[in-house]
Design a protein around this ligand. Structure first.
Ligand SMILES: Nc1ncnc2c1ncn2[C@@H]1O[C@H](COP(=O)(O)OP(=O)(O)OP(=O)(O)O)[C@@H](O)[C@H]1O
Ligand SMILES: [Mg+2]
Length: 326
Protein backbone atom coordinates (compact mmCIF):
# COMPACT_ATOMS: atom_id res chain seq x y z
CA UNK A 1 0.00 0.00 0.00
CA UNK A 2 1.36 3.43 -0.87
CA UNK A 3 1.98 6.06 1.75
CA UNK A 4 -0.04 9.23 1.82
CA UNK A 5 2.26 10.91 4.31
CA UNK A 6 5.87 10.21 5.21
CA UNK A 7 7.28 12.11 8.15
CA UNK A 8 11.05 11.81 8.51
CA UNK A 9 12.95 12.97 11.59
CA UNK A 10 10.65 15.88 12.35
CA UNK A 11 11.95 18.09 15.15
CA UNK A 12 10.59 21.38 16.47
CA UNK A 13 12.64 23.81 18.54
CA UNK A 14 11.24 26.76 20.47
CA UNK A 15 13.25 29.54 22.00
CA UNK A 16 11.98 30.48 25.46
CA UNK A 17 13.76 33.10 27.58
CA UNK A 18 16.77 32.92 25.31
CA UNK A 19 17.09 29.13 25.54
CA UNK A 20 16.31 26.74 22.70
CA UNK A 21 14.51 23.54 23.57
CA UNK A 22 13.05 20.71 21.56
CA UNK A 23 9.28 20.31 21.94
CA UNK A 24 9.38 17.51 19.35
CA UNK A 25 12.46 15.46 18.56
CA UNK A 26 13.20 13.09 15.71
CA UNK A 27 9.61 12.03 15.06
CA UNK A 28 9.16 9.66 12.09
CA UNK A 29 6.04 7.86 10.95
CA UNK A 30 4.05 7.22 7.80
CA UNK A 31 0.37 6.97 7.01
CA UNK A 32 -0.80 4.50 4.38
CA UNK A 33 -3.61 5.22 1.96
CA UNK A 34 -6.99 4.88 3.64
CA UNK A 35 -5.71 4.11 7.12
CA UNK A 36 -6.30 5.87 10.41
CA UNK A 37 -3.06 6.50 12.27
CA UNK A 38 -3.19 7.48 15.94
CA UNK A 39 -0.78 9.74 17.79
CA UNK A 40 -1.32 9.27 21.49
CA UNK A 41 0.32 10.60 24.65
CA UNK A 42 -0.17 12.68 27.78
CA UNK A 43 -0.87 16.38 27.76
CA UNK A 44 2.18 18.41 26.72
CA UNK A 45 4.04 15.55 24.99
CA UNK A 46 4.08 17.36 21.63
CA UNK A 47 1.10 15.97 19.71
CA UNK A 48 -0.33 19.33 18.63
CA UNK A 49 3.09 20.81 17.88
CA UNK A 50 3.76 17.80 15.63
CA UNK A 51 0.48 18.20 13.74
CA UNK A 52 0.86 21.97 13.38
CA UNK A 53 4.42 21.51 12.11
CA UNK A 54 3.19 19.10 9.40
CA UNK A 55 0.85 21.68 7.94
CA UNK A 56 3.14 24.62 8.67
CA UNK A 57 0.83 26.38 11.09
CA UNK A 58 3.39 26.98 13.82
CA UNK A 59 4.63 30.52 14.40
CA UNK A 60 7.66 31.53 12.34
CA UNK A 61 9.66 31.56 15.57
CA UNK A 62 9.52 27.77 15.81
CA UNK A 63 12.46 26.02 14.12
CA UNK A 64 11.24 22.98 12.23
CA UNK A 65 13.69 20.36 10.92
CA UNK A 66 13.12 17.15 8.96
CA UNK A 67 11.01 16.19 5.97
CA UNK A 68 7.26 15.82 5.48
CA UNK A 69 6.60 14.04 2.19
CA UNK A 70 3.06 14.27 0.93
CA UNK A 71 2.10 13.11 -2.53
CA UNK A 72 5.59 13.54 -3.98
CA UNK A 73 6.23 16.93 -2.37
CA UNK A 74 8.07 17.98 0.75
CA UNK A 75 5.54 20.17 2.59
CA UNK A 76 8.30 21.88 4.55
CA UNK A 77 9.84 23.14 1.30
CA UNK A 78 6.69 24.49 -0.41
CA UNK A 79 6.13 28.22 -0.81
CA UNK A 80 3.45 29.76 1.42
CA UNK A 81 1.18 29.99 -1.61
CA UNK A 82 1.62 26.32 -2.54
CA UNK A 83 1.05 25.35 1.07
CA UNK A 84 -2.24 27.28 1.19
CA UNK A 85 -3.38 25.27 -1.84
CA UNK A 86 -2.67 22.01 0.00
CA UNK A 87 -4.18 23.07 3.30
CA UNK A 88 -7.96 22.85 3.53
CA UNK A 89 -8.11 21.19 0.13
CA UNK A 90 -5.94 18.04 -0.04
CA UNK A 91 -5.07 18.07 3.65
CA UNK A 92 -7.64 19.36 6.09
CA UNK A 93 -7.80 19.72 9.84
CA UNK A 94 -10.22 19.50 12.73
CA UNK A 95 -9.18 21.05 16.01
CA UNK A 96 -10.12 20.36 19.59
CA UNK A 97 -12.09 23.51 20.32
CA UNK A 98 -14.53 24.32 17.52
CA UNK A 99 -15.38 27.76 18.88
CA UNK A 100 -11.84 28.97 18.27
CA UNK A 101 -11.76 27.56 14.73
CA UNK A 102 -15.17 28.81 13.58
CA UNK A 103 -15.43 32.47 12.78
CA UNK A 104 -18.07 33.99 15.11
CA UNK A 105 -19.15 36.68 12.65
CA UNK A 106 -19.92 34.48 9.63
CA UNK A 107 -22.94 32.27 9.12
CA UNK A 108 -22.40 28.51 9.03
CA UNK A 109 -23.37 28.27 5.36
CA UNK A 110 -20.76 30.88 4.38
CA UNK A 111 -18.05 29.13 6.38
CA UNK A 112 -18.63 25.75 4.74
CA UNK A 113 -18.99 27.25 1.24
CA UNK A 114 -15.83 29.33 1.56
CA UNK A 115 -13.33 26.55 0.96
CA UNK A 116 -15.38 25.22 -1.99
CA UNK A 117 -15.27 28.64 -3.60
CA UNK A 118 -11.60 29.08 -2.84
CA UNK A 119 -10.26 25.63 -3.74
CA UNK A 120 -12.81 24.23 -6.17
CA UNK A 121 -13.69 27.59 -7.74
CA UNK A 122 -17.42 26.89 -7.47
CA UNK A 123 -20.02 29.58 -8.00
CA UNK A 124 -21.72 30.93 -4.86
CA UNK A 125 -24.85 29.00 -5.71
CA UNK A 126 -23.15 25.62 -6.32
CA UNK A 127 -20.99 26.04 -3.24
CA UNK A 128 -24.09 26.74 -1.16
CA UNK A 129 -25.82 23.61 -2.48
CA UNK A 130 -22.79 21.40 -1.77
CA UNK A 131 -22.38 22.91 1.69
CA UNK A 132 -26.01 22.13 2.45
CA UNK A 133 -25.54 18.56 1.23
CA UNK A 134 -22.46 18.21 3.48
CA UNK A 135 -24.42 19.46 6.50
CA UNK A 136 -26.95 16.72 5.82
CA UNK A 137 -24.16 14.13 5.58
CA UNK A 138 -22.79 15.08 8.99
CA UNK A 139 -26.22 14.49 10.47
CA UNK A 140 -27.29 18.04 11.29
CA UNK A 141 -31.04 18.28 11.78
CA UNK A 142 -32.71 21.28 10.05
CA UNK A 143 -29.69 21.88 7.75
CA UNK A 144 -31.48 24.63 5.80
CA UNK A 145 -31.95 26.71 8.91
CA UNK A 146 -28.51 25.99 10.33
CA UNK A 147 -26.88 27.30 7.12
CA UNK A 148 -28.30 30.68 8.11
CA UNK A 149 -27.20 30.64 11.75
CA UNK A 150 -24.06 31.77 13.57
CA UNK A 151 -21.67 29.47 15.51
CA UNK A 152 -22.84 30.73 18.94
CA UNK A 153 -26.37 29.51 18.17
CA UNK A 154 -25.19 25.88 17.96
CA UNK A 155 -24.45 23.29 20.66
CA UNK A 156 -20.89 21.96 21.09
CA UNK A 157 -21.71 18.71 19.30
CA UNK A 158 -23.31 20.57 16.38
CA UNK A 159 -20.31 22.88 16.09
CA UNK A 160 -18.01 19.88 15.93
CA UNK A 161 -20.19 18.41 13.16
CA UNK A 162 -19.88 21.71 11.31
CA UNK A 163 -16.10 21.55 11.73
CA UNK A 164 -16.15 18.06 10.21
CA UNK A 165 -18.34 19.33 7.36
CA UNK A 166 -15.83 22.12 6.66
CA UNK A 167 -12.92 19.67 6.83
CA UNK A 168 -14.52 17.09 4.52
CA UNK A 169 -16.35 19.26 2.00
CA UNK A 170 -13.38 19.47 -0.39
CA UNK A 171 -12.93 15.70 -0.20
CA UNK A 172 -9.42 15.75 1.31
CA UNK A 173 -6.84 13.02 0.90
CA UNK A 174 -5.68 13.39 4.46
CA UNK A 175 -7.57 14.58 7.52
CA UNK A 176 -5.67 15.68 10.61
CA UNK A 177 -7.93 15.59 13.64
CA UNK A 178 -6.42 16.96 16.86
CA UNK A 179 -8.50 15.79 19.84
CA UNK A 180 -11.71 16.13 17.82
CA UNK A 181 -13.95 14.85 20.59
CA UNK A 182 -12.22 15.81 23.83
CA UNK A 183 -14.49 18.78 24.51
CA UNK A 184 -17.67 16.71 24.08
CA UNK A 185 -19.62 14.48 26.42
CA UNK A 186 -19.31 10.74 25.87
CA UNK A 187 -22.48 10.04 23.92
CA UNK A 188 -21.82 12.88 21.50
CA UNK A 189 -18.18 11.76 21.38
CA UNK A 190 -19.24 8.31 20.18
CA UNK A 191 -21.51 9.80 17.50
CA UNK A 192 -18.76 12.08 16.20
CA UNK A 193 -16.23 9.24 16.07
CA UNK A 194 -18.73 7.08 14.20
CA UNK A 195 -19.34 9.93 11.77
CA UNK A 196 -15.61 10.39 11.15
CA UNK A 197 -15.21 6.67 10.57
CA UNK A 198 -18.09 6.53 8.07
CA UNK A 199 -16.94 9.62 6.18
CA UNK A 200 -13.30 8.51 6.00
CA UNK A 201 -14.30 5.11 4.66
CA UNK A 202 -16.85 6.57 2.19
CA UNK A 203 -14.34 9.10 0.87
CA UNK A 204 -11.23 6.89 1.27
CA UNK A 205 -9.64 9.62 3.40
CA UNK A 206 -6.54 8.78 5.44
CA UNK A 207 -6.67 10.15 8.97
CA UNK A 208 -4.08 11.30 11.49
CA UNK A 209 -5.99 11.12 14.75
CA UNK A 210 -4.46 12.84 17.74
CA UNK A 211 -5.74 11.97 21.17
CA UNK A 212 -4.74 11.30 24.75
CA UNK A 213 -7.52 8.71 24.97
CA UNK A 214 -6.47 5.10 24.39
CA UNK A 215 -10.14 4.09 24.15
CA UNK A 216 -10.50 6.32 21.09
CA UNK A 217 -7.34 4.78 19.59
CA UNK A 218 -8.66 1.24 20.10
CA UNK A 219 -11.95 2.21 18.50
CA UNK A 220 -10.63 4.11 15.49
CA UNK A 221 -7.02 3.39 14.54
CA UNK A 222 -5.15 0.85 12.43
CA UNK A 223 -1.67 1.79 13.66
CA UNK A 224 -0.50 4.03 16.45
CA UNK A 225 2.53 5.94 17.73
CA UNK A 226 2.90 6.60 21.46
CA UNK A 227 4.63 9.90 22.32
CA UNK A 228 6.41 10.78 25.51
CA UNK A 229 8.15 14.10 26.22
CA UNK A 230 8.45 15.06 22.55
CA UNK A 231 9.56 11.68 21.19
CA UNK A 232 7.84 8.63 19.78
CA UNK A 233 8.59 5.84 22.25
CA UNK A 234 6.65 3.03 20.61
CA UNK A 235 4.96 2.46 17.29
CA UNK A 236 2.97 -0.49 15.98
CA UNK A 237 -0.42 -1.83 15.01
CA UNK A 238 -3.27 -1.30 17.45
CA UNK A 239 -3.05 -4.99 18.34
CA UNK A 240 0.70 -4.68 19.06
CA UNK A 241 0.16 -1.70 21.31
CA UNK A 242 -2.80 -3.13 23.23
CA UNK A 243 -1.91 -6.82 23.37
CA UNK A 244 1.89 -6.84 23.14
CA UNK A 245 3.06 -3.45 24.42
CA UNK A 246 6.83 -3.25 24.69
CA UNK A 247 7.82 0.14 26.11
CA UNK A 248 7.47 0.58 29.90
CA UNK A 249 5.62 3.87 29.28
CA UNK A 250 3.04 2.22 27.00
CA UNK A 251 2.57 -0.53 29.59
CA UNK A 252 2.11 2.15 32.24
CA UNK A 253 -0.51 3.96 30.16
CA UNK A 254 -2.44 0.73 29.65
CA UNK A 255 -2.34 -0.07 33.38
CA UNK A 256 -3.71 3.36 34.15
CA UNK A 257 -6.97 2.99 32.20
CA UNK A 258 -10.04 1.32 33.71
CA UNK A 259 -11.20 -1.88 32.04
CA UNK A 260 -14.92 -2.38 32.07
CA UNK A 261 -14.67 -6.17 31.76
CA UNK A 262 -11.93 -6.63 34.38
CA UNK A 263 -12.61 -9.88 36.26
CA UNK A 264 -10.51 -9.02 39.25
CA UNK A 265 -10.89 -5.81 41.17
CA UNK A 266 -7.34 -4.72 40.45
CA UNK A 267 -6.49 -1.18 41.36
CA UNK A 268 -5.46 1.15 38.57
CA UNK A 269 -1.75 1.84 38.62
CA UNK A 270 -0.81 5.42 37.91
CA UNK A 271 2.67 6.02 36.46
CA UNK A 272 4.75 7.38 39.33
CA UNK A 273 6.42 10.77 38.91
CA UNK A 274 5.87 13.57 36.42
CA UNK A 275 6.67 14.32 32.80
CA UNK A 276 10.00 16.20 32.76
CA UNK A 277 9.83 19.84 31.70
CA UNK A 278 11.11 20.37 28.17
CA UNK A 279 13.82 22.74 29.30
CA UNK A 280 15.15 20.14 31.74
CA UNK A 281 15.17 16.89 29.85
CA UNK A 282 17.10 14.04 31.44
CA UNK A 283 20.31 13.20 29.59
CA UNK A 284 19.59 9.59 28.71
CA UNK A 285 16.16 8.04 28.15
CA UNK A 286 13.51 10.67 28.81
CA UNK A 287 11.34 8.13 30.62
CA UNK A 288 14.16 6.75 32.82
CA UNK A 289 13.35 8.83 35.95
CA UNK A 290 9.86 7.24 36.05
CA UNK A 291 10.81 3.76 34.86
CA UNK A 292 10.92 0.86 37.32
CA UNK A 293 13.27 -1.06 34.99
CA UNK A 294 15.79 1.72 34.37
CA UNK A 295 19.43 0.59 34.20
CA UNK A 296 22.61 2.68 34.41
CA UNK A 297 22.78 2.98 30.62
CA UNK A 298 19.25 4.46 30.55
CA UNK A 299 20.37 7.39 32.68
CA UNK A 300 23.22 8.38 30.39
CA UNK A 301 22.45 7.29 26.83
CA UNK A 302 19.36 8.06 24.81
CA UNK A 303 17.97 4.87 23.19
CA UNK A 304 17.03 4.68 19.51
CA UNK A 305 13.90 2.95 18.23
CA UNK A 306 14.58 -0.80 18.10
CA UNK A 307 12.58 -3.29 16.03
CA UNK A 308 10.55 -5.51 18.32
CA UNK A 309 8.28 -7.06 15.69
CA UNK A 310 7.03 -6.47 12.19
CA UNK A 311 6.44 -2.72 11.87
CA UNK A 312 6.64 -2.57 15.67
CA UNK A 313 9.37 -0.42 17.26
CA UNK A 314 10.25 0.59 20.81
CA UNK A 315 12.66 3.20 22.20
CA UNK A 316 13.95 1.15 25.11
CA UNK A 317 17.43 -0.22 25.86
CA UNK A 318 15.83 -3.38 27.22
CA UNK A 319 14.55 -4.09 23.71
CA UNK A 320 17.88 -3.72 21.99
CA UNK A 321 18.41 -6.92 20.00
CA UNK A 322 21.15 -9.10 21.48
CA UNK A 323 24.39 -8.89 19.49
CA UNK A 324 24.78 -11.92 17.28
CA UNK A 325 27.54 -14.25 18.55
CA UNK A 326 30.71 -13.87 16.54
N1 LIG B 1 4.53 28.45 20.70
C1 LIG B 1 5.15 27.77 21.67
N2 LIG B 1 6.23 28.30 22.29
C2 LIG B 1 6.88 27.62 23.26
N3 LIG B 1 6.53 26.39 23.68
C3 LIG B 1 5.47 25.81 23.11
C4 LIG B 1 4.71 26.46 22.07
N4 LIG B 1 3.70 25.65 21.69
C5 LIG B 1 3.81 24.53 22.45
N5 LIG B 1 4.86 24.62 23.30
C6 LIG B 1 5.31 23.60 24.26
O1 LIG B 1 5.52 22.40 23.53
C7 LIG B 1 5.12 21.29 24.32
C8 LIG B 1 4.18 20.41 23.55
O2 LIG B 1 2.92 21.06 23.42
P1 LIG B 1 1.69 20.43 22.64
O3 LIG B 1 0.65 21.50 22.56
O4 LIG B 1 2.16 19.84 21.37
O5 LIG B 1 1.21 19.27 23.60
P2 LIG B 1 0.02 18.22 23.38
O6 LIG B 1 0.64 16.87 23.39
O7 LIG B 1 -0.76 18.60 22.20
O8 LIG B 1 -0.81 18.39 24.71
P3 LIG B 1 -2.41 18.39 24.95
O9 LIG B 1 -2.81 16.95 25.07
O10 LIG B 1 -2.57 19.11 26.25
O11 LIG B 1 -3.07 19.10 23.80
C9 LIG B 1 4.53 21.85 25.60
O12 LIG B 1 5.50 21.77 26.61
C10 LIG B 1 4.22 23.28 25.26
O13 LIG B 1 4.33 24.08 26.39
MG1 LIG C 1 -2.71 19.30 21.92
Amino acid sequence: MSNVLDVESLSVEFCVNGNDFYAVRDVSFHIKAGETFGLVGESGCGKSVTSLALVRLLSKLAKVHGNVHYSGRNLLKLSDREMRQVRGNEVSMIFQEPMTSLNPVYKIGAQISESLRLHKKLSARDAFQQALEMLRKVGIARPNEIMDEYPHQLSGGMRQRVMIAIAMVCNPNLLIADEPTTALDVTIQAQILELMRTLSSDYGTSVLLITHDLGVVAEMCDRVAVMYAGEIVEQGSVDDIFFAPNHPYTKGLLNAIPKIDAVTKERLQPIEGNVPSLSRMPKGCRFAPRCANAMEQCKTESPELFDVGEEHTSRCWLSKPKEANA
